[in-house]
Design a protein around this ligand. Sequence first.
Ligand SMILES: [Zn+2]
Length: 441
Amino acid sequence: MFHAEQAWLGGAEPASNVLIEVADGVISAVSENAPAPAGAHRLAGLTLPGLSNTHSHVFHRAIRGHSQRGVADFWSWRTLMYGVAERLNPDTLYDLARATYTEMALSGITTVGEFFYVHHDRDGKRYGNPNELGEAVVRAANDAGLRITLLDTCYLQADVHGAPLDGVQRRFDDGSWEAWAERVDQLTDTPTFRVGAAIHSVRAVPRSAMAPIADYAARRNLPLHVHLSEQPAENEACAEAYGMSPTELLAAEGVLGDRTTAVHATHLTEEDIRLLGSSGTTISMCCTTERDLADGVGPAARLARAGSPIVVGSDAHMVIDLWEEARAVELDERLISGVRGHFSVQALAAALTSSGAASLGWNAGRIEVGALADFVTVSLDSPRTAGARVGEPLSHVIFAATGSDVDTVVVGGNVVVENGLHCALGAPGPALESAIRNVFS
Ligand SMILES: [Zn+2]
């Protein structure tokens, strides 16, 4: 039983003195203006539903800060990232992932969507357990107290013309969509793990495999994610090969829809926006990564108006702070439009919580009866958040809080973070440093 000083229940303003009762990991009662019963776990500050990080490449954490010299672009950054992908083994990946997910938990994240394509050993051969690496990632998330949707990614070719995968990319290659599906068949859900599917991009999956992968995901009711139009070069290659945009290609192959999340969606035409919005496709904005890689600013406000739910992800983990990701969706729009007020504070909070959880296939992200008991409490007494009680607490937190202001994180009714410390794993700094050292040693 938890008693929140203030809790955002989805309305305009947070409610006060909210009693949240939990049974079997699920919220069983929510009462506003309730006194705190003896023995209730007090949550001082503003409590929100747990945050969903809808787009993660966990091992990218190892190269944070490495590529800030000179005029590097996305493609030179990718070469650096591949250097890490090449070195991973099940043990180093587990250690790096667990420490990175601990960092996520401390910042208020309760569910992560791991877009995962490093499936095989260094020579491209399957491990004895073909899901050895994916399962290491799942175990790491669960050991850090998070729920995870493993967005098991199909990656079959090096370019849009079907060039074979070479070098480190052989680790990504299942050979065919059928072999990918046969491997994913061996993964099953648990209370803290959901199987998901992903098409890496229109570059990395041939057109003939797109509809079968979408059908497979529909048959198993899996969330389906896809990288979309992050780079102009991808649009140009797609136009050359197929005579249409990546969005048009995905629409033609039946990939778009309300179980689908398109990641980035940065360089779109008006017709692309219409196709994504009218199909109810969710858009995962990864603003801090797009900023870092000079990708551009995607049309989030126009997509939202067209009908697409907006969610966020920390993607390459230059920073892991979804509070920053959410406000960046609004603030980046302001910079390019010269106008404020594209997204309400409540819409940004929904991107972090209810819409994010839905994108990853979880009945969570809402403080209401029947939802999973996942929530996060932000202190209102930090240097950044002090004064929120006087003004508008939700707006103050969304626009000024950082992951460092998170006091308590609860997943399935279990306290994972308390007083800003991870209950099971402590401070993640030393574990992160040694995991990153081991990747490079
Ligand atoms: Zn990505």
